[in-house]
Design a protein around this ligand. Structure first.
Ligand code: AMP
Length: 481
């Protein structure tokens, strides 16, 4: 483990919080379960009753981390939870969230989705003046800033510290009998507010739970599972607070141009979620339709790379009139570790996950739709197995522009030089993939498909133009890795 708050710009996470429910931890468990796709490496929940907290976190997926016995021990009527994925070799339990710290403003727990772009600098200052860090996570910087703030009141100290951090943060805090939910002024990552209308009474409820329980999540699919109604978003630069007296929202930062992550719509969120006020499925269907208009193909069938390419392939098929076919079947039970046979089987890893359907592909001219090409290695293998299953032609269509720059705001991307499109032309990539043709959606097409009429989305991974400062330092750090 590196002893510094380093280039941790690639944590992917899902967060959840609930206030005012006698089974708070169980709801958090379900909320995390629905958001498992946002991070599969560790999971954690902190619950409380206003006086005492209980916590559990471990490496692994939600279903394995929280046994019945563990959940029983997570008592109380408020809770926050987190699922996390990181690839930096920093997979230690120490960095699993929620993080909890005790200081002069009480005991506080936090769960974070996003990445801070000035965490290194802040950490350096803090360490120089005596702070002792327990983790290598950027999130811990926020806890230190709160602890050091001259403001006595927790909420004021929180706002004070948030004004010092830059980058992407959707955060939920558990502090005493309160939940706080915060979104950075750019609004990079989503954070939605929901209400569970009929809540059983919980100890300490001023109104016996009649107003219902407030919940927060990265994605609305978490609300669908627990039966919560979506009532809005924590807007960029806002701080929402729920205490036994009710719900309040305030603004902690001045208005800033918005930078909603466009990749949430392209790939990261579940298609059944509403992200930044818009159905993800609808966006992906539009992506496919725009792609069909921009890059038609003389072909027989449209085949998605499941699951990520399915919705865009449906749109491509509808717009082009070419029939949609499941020519690749995904095995959903592939774990994180598997035993590779000693005898070298070509494309073993990808075949374990995706198998071609010969009866669909044999003799066909195929439009193969996927959401993105990162390193290009998977797409290359998929093109090969489709050909081996008898396809006559393979026309690869990608429902976003070439990924040319890494994300520093919470999406896991490799370094710039590992991104194939950062140094190869579309024609060179086509040759590498072994495809008959290759086309990406244009940036204008992408914006149109997600309804970005006012330039409110961050498209840095497609343009290299980052909406916050200090990214160059992060890039240097990344290239030294
Ligand atoms: P590659 O072989 O590196 O080009 O991988 C491309 C595949 O990775 C596509 O099927 C994408 O759906 C998927 N993908 C793109 N971005 C991510 C991400 N941040 N995390 C996990 N998978 C991704």
């Amino acid at each position: 483990m590196k002893n510094e708050c380093h280039d941790k710009f690639h944590d992917e996470c899902g967060i959840f919080a609930v206030h005012g429910h006698p089974e708070a931890a169980k709801l958090a468990y379900l909320g995390l379960y629905a958001q498992q796709h946002r991070g599969q490496e560790s999971a954690g929940i902190v619950s409380g009753n206003g006086k005492k907290i209980h916590h559990h976190k471990a490496m692994g997926q939600v279903a394995e981390v929280f046994t019945e016995a563990v959940l029983k021990g997570l008592r109380g009527w408020l809770a926050i939870g987190h699922t996390r994925y990181s690839t930096a070799g920093d997979t230690v339990l120490l960095n699993a969230q929620p993080l909890t710290a005790g200081f002069n403003k009480g005991l506080v727990s936090v769960a974070h989705n996003g990445n801070l772009t000035n965490a290194r600098q802040l950490r350096k200052h803090l360490e120089e003046s005596g702070s002792i860090f327990q983790t290598t996570s950027d999130t811990e910087v926020i806890l230190h800033l709160i602890a050091r703030s001259r403001k006595k009141d927790f909420e004021e100290a929180l706002a004070d510290s948030l004004l010092q951090v830059e980058g992407a943060y959707s955060l939920v805090f558990l502090h005493g009998d309160r939940i706080y939910a915060v979104r950075d002024p750019h609004g990079f990552r989503p954070l939605v507010i929901g209400l569970l209308p009929e809540t059983p009474a919980w100890p300490g409820a001023l109104n016996h739970g009649k107003d219902g329980a407030f919940v927060f999540a990265s994605e609305t699919c978490a609300f669908d599972l627990i039966g919560a109604q979506l009532i809005g978003e924590v807007r960029p630069g806002e701080l929402a607070r729920v205490d036994p007296g009710g719900f309040q929202v305030s603004r902690f930062a001045p208005e800033t141009p918005h930078s909603f992550c466009i990749f949430e719509h392209v790939y990261f969120s579940r298609p059944d979620s509403v992200i930044f006020g818009r159905s993800v499925h609808q966006s992906r269907d539009n992506l496919g339709r725009c792609l069909a208009r921009e890059a038609p193909a003389d072909a027989d069938i449209v085949v998605p790379v499941p699951d990520s390419g399915v919705a865009a392939a449906v749109g491509y098929s509808a717009e082009s009139g070419l029939p949609f076919k499941f020519g690749l079947i995904r095995n959903h039970y592939v774990g994180r570790t598997f035993i590779e046979p000693e005898q070298n089987i070509r494309d073993f890893g990808v075949k374990l996950k995706l198998n071609p359907v010969r009866s669909v592909l044999d003799g066909q001219r195929v439009v193969l739709v996927d959401d993105s090409i990162v390193r290009g290695t998977t797409s290359r293998k998929i093109v090969r197995i489709i050909r081996e299953a008898g396809a006559r032609e393979v026309h690869v269509r990608i429902s976003c522009p070439p990924t040319v720059a890494p994300c520093f705001y919470g999406i896991d991307t490799p370094t710039q030089k590992e991104l194939i499109a950062s140094h190869q032309s579309v024609e060179e990539i086509r040759q590498y993939l072994g495809a008959d043709s290759l086309a990406y959606l244009s940036l204008e097409g992408l914006r149109e498909a997600v309804g970005d009429a006012h330039g409110e989305f961050c498209t840095a991974c497609y343009t290299g133009h980052y909406p916050t400062k200090l990214v160059t330092l992060q890039m240097e750090a990344a290239s030294r890795r």
